[in-house]
Write a protein that binds this ligand. Structure first.
Ligand code: FE2
Ligand code: FE2
Length: 304
């Protein structure tokens, strides 16, 4: 018997969505009530483990006081949260466009809306966390925020869901490390725990979209998808730390940015954070020409 064609496998997308819908009905969070937003922030807790701060190990780091190191970690944690919610908003646009184009009664369409609902709550949660920390909601640099408007126009299918996976899995790796660390602020840990739990479903959904989508494309379209995912993923990873954070500890943003991008610890952190998702994307056929320049710039491959 011959292997089933991609068309014949389409019911699978609904099977995955059905399973995820059941899981969502069983376990979802409402951060507005599941987090104690009025709890005081203990002064002896940090926001990010020291070795995850972008300047860790640099000369600039050596010159900083312990207080400045904690402060920079807080600003970087809030930068990552505000960039995370920016990308969640782009993902919501993609999901809503997909929903708009299909039968709203199917499990896949129903799950797309469920994921939008999750991301709405997450974005509120991240914004509220940044506000509670008393930090500016940095988000990405303005040029990239403007470019983001094109995300749901130029990307669809595997490149869209693949770059969403990069964002979700990179954040997930960092958040898992912090959720179990008692030195971290309880608010940060609770936010991370909620996000980890709900993102596991999103990752299953997006992986399914990537695998199924790639099976349906011809060579030219696959090359386009490889270019788009590499470019968007590089933009996302490079945006996580807005250079403005360095000003919070008296460092010129351009100087801090240059030091972070040249910092082997920081590059290694990004490679480590992408360690789970990159082999999957590679196997799916999404890592290759003409996107390799962007992948290398992203540090996700562990090369400069
Ligand atoms: Fe999320
Ligand atoms: Fe998500």
């Amino acid at each position: 018997m011959s292997a089933p064609t991609a068309e014949q496998r389409i019911p699978d997308r609904h099977a995955t969505a059905e399973r995820l819908l059941k899981s969502s009905a069983k376990k979802s969070y409402a951060p507005s009530v599941d987090i104690d937003w009025d709890a005081p922030l203990p002064a002896d807790k940090i926001w990010v483990p020291e070795h995850r701060v972008s300047l860790y190990g640099t000369e600039l780091w050596d010159r900083m006081t312990p207080e400045q190191r904690v402060e920079l970690g807080k600003h970087e944690a809030c930068s990552v949260a505000s960039v995370g919610l920016w990308f969640e908003v782009l993902l919501m646009q993609r999901l809503l466009k997909d929903f708009y184009a299909e039968d709203p009664t199917t499990p896949r369409a129903q799950y797309a809306l469920t994921e939008v609902a999750d991301e709405c709550r997450h974005s509120q949660m991240f914004a509220r966390m940044v506000h509670t920390a008393g930090v500016e909601p940095y988000g990405p640099q303005e040029r990239i925020r403007q470019l983001g408007k094109l995300f749901s126009v130029i990307s669809w299918g595997p490149a869209a869901y693949g770059s969403i996976l990069v964002a979700e899995e990179v954040l997930d790796r960092l958040q898992r490390e912090q959720a179990g660390d008692e030195a971290i602020q309880p608010l940060m840990r609770q936010v991370n725990k909620i996000h980890i739990m709900e993102e596991a479903r999103h990752v299953s959904f997006a992986r399914d979209e990537v695998t199924r989508g790639m099976a349906q494309l011809g060579p030219a379209e696959k090359a386009y998808q490889r270019f788009v995912i590499a470019y968007v993923s590089m933009m996302v990873v490079r945006s996580l730390i807005n250079p403005k954070v360095y000003a919070a500890v008296g460092i010129d943003p351009a100087v801090g940015r240059r030091a972070a991008l040249g910092n082997p610890h920081h590059r290694e952190m990004i490679r480590w954070a992408g360690e789970k998702i990159m082999p999957f994307l590679d196997e799916a056929g999404l890592v290759g020409r003409p996107g390799m320049t962007w992948w290398r710039k992203s540090f996700l491959l562990g090369e400069s």
